[in-house]
Design a protein around this ligand. Structure first.
Ligand SMILES: NC(=O)c1ccc[n+]([C@@H]2O[C@H](COP(=O)([O-])OP(=O)(O)OC[C@H]3O[C@@H](n4cnc5c(N)ncnc54)[C@H](O)[C@@H]3O)[C@@H](O)[C@H]2O)c1
Ligand SMILES: O=c1ccn([C@@H]2O[C@H](COP(=O)(O)OP(=O)(O)O[C@H]3O[C@H](CO)[C@@H](O)[C@H](O)[C@H]3O)[C@@H](O)[C@H]2O)c(=O)[nH]1
Length: 444
């Protein structure tokens, strides 16, 4: 099949490359000329494991190309895939300006029947708007299909080749054949439904996953007070197939370009039809507070943070990505700077992106984990990069001025802390002091 992918961000680029790998001819289009030039010269503008190799091999054999010329790409393709951004407006609603512009751009280029497939996450009713925009500008026939994307950053290539399901929302089920065929090599789990339900499946899925995270984080906060261990609690819950073990990792809360924006957007979608989505509002509230537990824990050890040196390991919103959109590290670092702390931050790949948003006299970006930790009064683990896990606690101890470790992602076990002199705070597990549990009240 011949495909044009509009928007070469995390979703568009990964989808384009993977569809090419499946044997389709793919033209990736972006209005960002600098990005297109990078892609043309073989440089992947994002960090995503496994993407570069597939991009290179498919470009080489001529199945994959990059351009800013939308008209020609649309005219040469059977299926047009919309993968432009839908960020949040200040109100929390999804900003549809990019997708509406892309719809206008496509409509003026149409030269015959096309299938227009929306992968961007869009509020219920948006595909109908897209249809109306295109209909108002062309007499050519076209079919609108909503195929929401469920990939995760950091494992986007793997997720694209092994999706749990493909959701296809379409007005006339009989028109779905080519889109089913396009996705058939990926999974047997293909659900064909109406467009509004497809749009809602995407928001409901993200909102549910966000709810799981806030739920376990609240359980973790209670565990800290009653002397229980949330990792054991989650394990015990997870064996119940109705609950499931995934997405029960307690920590500093969710970030990224999807959960924060999509939960807000769903609250707005509900609000627009006079429905007060109380549960989801609480999920967001819990998440917004969770990251500050790191600050409270630091203050409980160091008291006043003014003039203290705090090392931050991890700036990306999760490991294996350079994406810092809505990363909890922003709030944590800003809060430390506000208290007069000196911050030494390190991330294996996301530093450059992070730097573009915060520069401050008291914020130093280190080139190594060791450099960030040197002579620090405390070390905070904000993102669970594998690199951090591979360092020995003895080594880390030798770099720090005082052995204070705040593990926001529970990367160490209690056993590993035995025989060390760390003051160790994690999330939802008892505080350890010199390897010994401290402060857990005994419940009778
Ligand atoms: N990032 C994810 O993990 C993920 C996963 C699932 C769904 N989504 C959804 O997919 C959509 C895209 O997300 P993303 O993270 O890939 O966005 P992104 O910001 O990384 O990329 C969007 C790209 O679209 C380009 N663009 C915008 N308007 C254009 C136009 N008119 N013509 C050509 N190019 C245009 C931009 O220049 C940019 O390169 C969003 O709706 C998002 O919610 C994202
Ligand atoms: O048990 C968990 C799992 C995740 N997180 C956090 O949740 C956020 C999101 O993580 P993840 O879902 O792995 O990454 P995303 O790339 O944001 O992917 C989510 O958002 C995408 C965009 O809509 C969807 O396509 C994916 O299905 C959905 O998982 C990150 O900050 C994680 O640290 C936790 O705190 N605990």
């Amino acid at each position: 099949m011949k495909l044009a992918v509009i928007g070469t961000g995390y979703v568009g680029l990964v989808s384009g490359v993977c569809f090419a790998e499946l044997g389709n001819h793919v033209i990736c289009v972006d209005k960002d000329h600098a990005k297109v030039e990078l892609l043309k010269s073989g440089i992947v503008p994002i960090y995503e494991p496994g993407l570069k190799e597939l991009m290179d091999s498919n470009t080489k054999i001529g199945r994959l190309s990059f351009t800013s010329e939308l008209d020609q790409s649309v005219q040469e393709s059977d299926v047009i895939i919309l993968a432009v951004g839908t960020p949040s407006l200040p109100s929390g609603e999804a900003d549809l300006q990019y997708i509406e512009q892309a719809a206008r751009d496509i409509s003026s280029a149409l030269n015959g029947f096309k299938t227009i497939m929306t992968k961007s996450t869009v509020p219920v009713g948006t595909n109908e708007k897209i249809k109306a925009i295109i209909r108002s500008q062309t007499d050519h026939e076209f079919e609108i299909v909503s195929v929401p994307e469920f990939l995760r950053e950091g494992s986007a290539v793997r997720d694209t080749f092994h999706p749990d399901r493909i959701v296809i929302g379409i007005e006339r089920k009989e028109a779905a054949a080519n889109i089913v065929e396009l996705h058939r090599p990926l999974t047997e789990n293909i659900i064909v439904t109406d467009i509004r339900s497809a749009e809602m499946i995407k928001y409901a899925s993200n909102a549910f996953l966000a709810t799981k995270i806030s739920f376990i984080n609240e359980i973790a906060n209670i565990c800290e007070k009653v002397g229980a261990d949330v990792t054991k609690v989650a394990e015990g819950m997870g064996y119940d197939k109705r609950i499931g073990a995934s997405f029960l990792n307690a920590g500093i809360g969710y970030g990224g370009s999807c959960f924060p924006k999509d939960t807000q957007a769903l609250i707005q979608i509900a609000g627009n039809v006079d429905y007060d989505f109380k549960l989801l509002k609480s999920v967001v509230d819990v998440n917004n507070g969770q990251r500050f537990n790191i600050i409270h824990k630091l203050e409980s050890i160091l008291d006043d943070l003014y003039g203290k040196t705090i090392a931050i390991w991890g700036l990306a919103f999760k490991p294996d990505t350079d994406d810092v959109r809505a990363a909890p590290a922003f709030d944590i670092i800003n809060s430390l700077l506000k208290r007069g702390a000196l911050v030494r931050a390190y991330d294996p790949v996301a530093t450059e992106n992070f730097k573009q948003s915060i520069q401050h006299d008291n914020l130093y970006y280190s080139k190594t984990a060791e450099d960030a930790a040197r002579q620090a009064d405390a070390l905070c683990i904000v993102t669970e990069w594998r690199e951090f896990r591979q360092l020995s606690l003895q080594e880390i101890r030798s770099w720090l001025k005082t052995p204070n470790l705040i593990d926001g992602r529970n990367i160490y076990t209690e056993e590993e802390l035995l025989n060390t002199d760390f003051v160790y705070y994690s999330v939802g597990r008892p505080k350890l002091n010199n390897g010994v549990r401290e402060g857990a009240p005994i419940l009778l």
